[in-house]
Structures are given as structure tokens and as C-alpha cells.
Design a protein. Structure first.
Length: 130
């Protein structure tokens, strides 16, 4: 299979849409978790674990989008679905609106986190009584 055929097949199977949607939703999830865990001692280890889980999930999501098709009858292996079958899909406009909405939400969480961290009053070091 040459590169042109491979990328055409990726597009036909909507793998690129799954990759973009997963990446944007994962970013939103990571930003929300970072914001919720701010101030906790275990924040770094929890975030590392979340990022590893999200990365592994990305690989699984891409495999599923490559190997299976969502048909009106349910999930079927791609090989058992004829190439000319009409499958339900989102329009480009709906998909773009979804991605833009989730990305805007993730960006606003990031901006909120940055603004909140800049406006926090500096805590004074504890004083020791003689």
C-alpha cells in the first residue's frame, strides 16, 4: 500500500476525525483535572498517571476507528462493511463546531488557571516564636 492509498483509507475510515476529537477532549480533561487538583500534594503523580492513561486510550481509539465501522446495526469490522455502504456521519460543520466548542472550553480553563495563579496572594513564610 502506498502513502496516497493509506491516507485515503485513513480518511475513508474517519481515523483523522477520531484523532482530532480525542486530542481536543483529552486536552479538556487534562486542563479540568489540573484545575481541580491544584493545591493537592499528589497533583504531579495524578497528572502523570492521567496523561499516561489518555495516551494509551489514544492508541486504542485510533485502532478501534481503523478496525471498526459504526453502522445503523451497530459496530462491525471494517472488512465486513462494503466500501460503498452509506454510513451515518456528522457533517463537517457539526464536527468543526464540536471541536471549536471543546477547544474554547479547554482554553478558557487554561486561561482561568493562569489568571488565578497570578492573582494568588504570596503567602508569607511562617514565623518562629522565640
Amino acid at each position: 500500500m502506498d502513502a496516497k492509498t493509506f491516507f485515503r483509507e485513513l480518511r475513508r475510515r474517519n481515523v483523522h476525525k477520531v484523532a482530532v476529537a480525542y486530542a481536543v477532549i483529552a486536552w479538556l480533561l487534562i486542563e479540568a483535572t489540573s484545575l481541580l487538583l491544584s493545591g493537592h500534594e499528589e497533583r504531579a503523580s495524578a497528572m502523570t498517571m492521567l496523561i499516561v492513561i489518555v495516551a494509551l486510550g489514544f492508541v486504542v481509539a485510533l485502532y478501534i476507528s481503523w478496525a471498526f465501522e459504526a453502522t445503523p446495526e451497530g459496530m462491525k469490522r471494517t472488512e465486513s462493511v462494503p466500501p460503498d455502504a452509506v454510513l451515518p456521519t456528522w457533517s463537517r460543520r457539526k464536527f468543526a463546531a464540536f471541536i471549536i466548542l471543546v477547544a474554547a472550553l479547554a482554553s478558557s480553563l487554561l486561561a482561568f488557571d493562569i489568571v488565578r495563579s497570578r492573582t494568588k496572594p504570596a503567602s508569607s513564610p511562617p514565623t518562629v516564636a522565640p
